[in-house]
Ligand binder design. Structure first.
Ligand code: FEO
Length: 402
């Protein structure tokens, strides 16, 4: 019988879907759910690559047994220790007590710390090798894609890259897991949101990993989240490469808070002028409506960023502040920044935005606009001037790129 789990040769998909969880890492909404992917190489020696969230162990074990029946698993390769992947490690060890865990020095420290699991280990370093019979595996250390112990496993026999979180995306696997056998449209935006929020801080480690993997004859990317990529490999690597260089499209994200709509009118005036100046990609996010994960994704997508905030209890509006800290945490680079704010009796928002501008090291565009209470003729003029300065800066790049 042909296994529905087969990716190619003896490599099988044994991952599970999570359509229950509302927020990944308790923070990031999952409108399309998320998959926890695990893979089984059914060779003379059987190897399991990563596990799944512990909540899905029963389903997971059944999938494994559908492929190998009651045969033992010889190796459990742990590419990444975050519990969405290592969560079933202790139960796998209970079901397969003789399994040898494959990982690097940091992996084993975490296995002991998280799960108290000991036993036979196969300790690997960068470039080390493991033969399963027909399949020959090589290990590549890719620290901080997404945790320090992160590594990738390359099956040199079939060109399959088991990449951990690298090249992953949100969204469950609905039926087929191969990109050739499914409509993959929903994954592209979810890849940007996944990358920017989960891995976004680690642009430089991702670049190092891409350099290390460059030149490998990859025929399939098996990441821990989302589809198995075969016909979209260049596109997927391209997205990760671009995002990890903080490269972005022409466009402006306007992020603002507004309690009674006055600050929002500044945002509207800026957006209208940007449009009048020929900027087509304008995304407006009211921080109390848009979840920050979508705001962060758009900031990774577009080069221009304009942030606005009212003053609240002599501070910046707290929901705007939360977005600022998320931008700084991810060490986003190379954005053009403009900002505006408002107050009724004592201004604080613009001062706080000035501090953010300094910390972010973004290129400051135009003059900050500060409004007292409500829009005046002067506020319209100043807002339009800020928008024109941003449009001019973007159009200068457009010209240079022609
Ligand atoms: Fe999907 Fe970093 O774990």
């Amino acid at each position: 019988m042909e296994h529905k789990t087969r990716i190619k040769g003896n490599v099988h998909y044994v991952g599970v879907n999570d359509r229950t969880k509302h927020r990944f890492e308790s923070m990031w909404p999952l409108p399309y759910g998320v998959s926890y992917n695990s893979y089984l190489i059914d060779d003379e020696m059987v190897a399991l690559v990563d596990t799944v969230d512990i909540c899905y162990f029963e389903v997971y074990l059944r999938k494994i047994k559908q492929v190998i029946g009651e045969r033992p698993i010889n190796y459990l390769i742990i590419n990444h220790m975050e519990p969405d992947h290592s969560g079933s490690l202790r139960l796998i060890k209970q079901h397969y007590p003789d399994i040898v865990i494959v990982g690097n020095k940091q992996t084993f420290g975490m296995i002991e710390g998280f799960y108290g699991v000991t036993g036979e280990q196969y300790l690997v370093k960068d470039g080390d090798f493991l033969a399963l019979g027909h399949h020959k595996l090589r290990f590549y250390m890719t620290p901080m894609v997404h945790w320090p112990e992160t590594m990738m496993t390359f099956d040199e026999t079939d060109g399959v890259l088991f990449s951990g979180d690298g090249f992953g995306c949100f969204g469950t696997i609905d039926g087929g897991f191969l990109d050739t056998k499914m409509n993959v449209d929903k994954y592209w935006d979810e890849m940007v949101r996944y990358y920017s929020n989960i891995v976004g801080k680690y642009g430089s480690p991702v670049q190092k990993a891409l350099q290390k993997l460059g030149g490998l004859p990859i025929s399939a990317i098996c990441s821990t989240h989302g589809p198995v990529w075969t016909e979209n490999i260049a596109k997927v690597i391209g997205i990760y490469d671009r995002l990890s260089r903080y490269d972005a499209d022409e466009g402006v994200v306007i992020v603002y808070g507004s309690m009674y709509g006055n600050t929002e009118q500044m945002a509207e005036a800026i957006a209208e002028e940007l449009s009048a100046q020929g900027i087509k990609n304008i995304v407006m996010h009211n921080v109390t409506k848009s979840h920050p994960s979508y705001i962060i994704a758009d900031i990774f997508r577009y080069k221009g960023l304009i942030i606005g905030s009212p003053t609240y209890s002599n501070q910046i509006f707290p929901e705007v502040d939360a977005v600022l800290s998320k931008i700084l945490l991810r060490e986003v680079k190379g954005r053009y920044l403009g900002y505006f704010g408002s107050f009724a009796w004592a201004g604080a928002a613009v001062k706080r935005l000035a501090e953010f501008a300094e910390k972010s090291k973004f290129e400051l565009i135009g003059d900050p606009v500060e409004m007292k209470m409500a829009m005046k003729e002067l506020t319209y003029t100043q807002s339009e001037n800020l928008a024109r300065a941003m449009a001019d800066r973007l159009k200068k790049d457009r010209k240079n790129n022609e």
